[in-house]
Design a protein around this ligand. Structure first.
Ligand SMILES: Nc1ncnc2c1ncn2[C@@H]1O[C@H](COP(=O)(O)OP(=O)(O)OP(=O)(O)O)[C@@H](O)[C@H]1O
Ligand SMILES: [Mg+2]
Length: 294
């Protein structure tokens, strides 16, 4: 049966998504003058940090930006989603942090896109915080290694996304010290304002003590479900308290976003015209176009 001439919700969504995909495809991005280093951070688990890191990275790579994803979570979920091996024996962020291996010797090309690189994380990384306890300047190890890597590149890297674990230990502190910006995903289905306050206090502490240039680069509302009042209430609340920081693009709950990693893919290549993928592509464009907010 043909859908022509019908006005079903599904058809309406397809039409809208085709228009959104067209706008995304037509947008031309200007690379930033200086590498933007964004740490995706929220000490709460399962809020969409990794999904955000890999899908924003893949979106920008497709738009001609050279992008590096640093997987700083022993779960290695970002490496999986980018199709980069991270089994036992693969060198990655652990060797960079603990053994002083040059980042260039551990960074891999992601099969997702030629512009996309990934420093993988293996389960070894779970022991890194203990190994690093006695290190001098242990909070600066990643920052130093990343700066050396960026300086060694023949073609500049435009964006770095650092995926951090759901805790506020030395790995997350290293990620925040290495960053120029923090991007905070907030899950619309469950919102604890005290958690966000605690996160902002932690970021403030890092800024005062270790990285005075660190700014909140953005807040991204994730897992938005337009059928629930809770999602709308959370979104409204977050926008009220962080009007400047919160991105207009909102990430909907979407099965395609959660399915993609099982195919070692980001949703951007798995199903680019899906509402979730489009929302990430729009968020990536917004982040790139608005530059660094002050
Ligand atoms: N917008 C979304 N719609 C549906 N599922 C999602 C969405 N975003 C993330 N997910 C799924 O929710 C789960 C948690 O997401 P994700 O791994 O990105 O969170 P995280 O903050 O990185 O978690 P962790 O704290 O464990 O590192 C994953 O299974 C992911 O596929
Ligand atoms: Mg994660």
């Amino acid at each position: 049966m043909s859908l022509a001439g019908q006005n079903t919700p599904l058809l309406r969504e397809m039409t809208v998504n085709n228009e959104r995909a067209k706008r995304v495809a037509e947008t031309v991005l200007v690379p930033p003058q200086k590498t933007r280093i964004l740490t995706i951070s929220n000490q709460k688990g399962g809020v969409g940090k990794t999904t955000t890191a890999v899908n924003l990275a893949a979106s920008l790579a497709r738009k001609g930006m050279r992008v590096l994803v640093i997987d700083l979570d022993p779960q290695g979920n970002a490496s999986t989603a980018l199709g980069v091996e991270h089994h036992n024996g693969v060198v990655g962020s652990f060797e960079v942090l603990v053994d002083g291996l040059a980042m260039a010797d551990a960074v891999k090309q992601s099969p997702e896109h030629q512009n996309l690189l990934c420093l993988p994380a293996t389960i070894d990384l779970a022991g890194a915080e203990i190994e690093m306890v006695g290190y001098e300047s242990r909070e600066y190890v990643l920052a130093k290694s990343l700066q050396e890597f960026l300086a060694s590149q023949e073609h500049p890297i435009h964006f770095v996304f650092i995926d951090s674990p759901p805790s506020f230990g030395l790995l997350t502190v290293n990620a925040l010290v290495a960053a120029t910006e923090v991007l905070v995903p907030i899950q619309c289905e469950y919102y604890a304002p005290e958690g966000v306050t605690q996160l902002m206090n932690n970021i403030d502490r890092v800024r005062k003590g270790l990285n005075p240039n660190l700014i909140i680069g953005g807040i991204l509302l994730t897992m938005f479900d337009n059928r629930t009042n809770l999602s709308s209430d959370v979104a409204e609340d977050v926008r009220k308290y962080f009007p400047k920081e919160t991105l207009n693009a909102t990430i909907p709950r979407s099965v395609r976003l959660s399915e993609a990693p099982s195919y070692q893919q980001t949703a951007i290549s798995y199903d680019p015209k899906n509402s979730g993928s489009l929302a990430y592509q729009e968020a990536a464009i917004e982040l790139a176009q608005r530059g660094v907010i002050r």
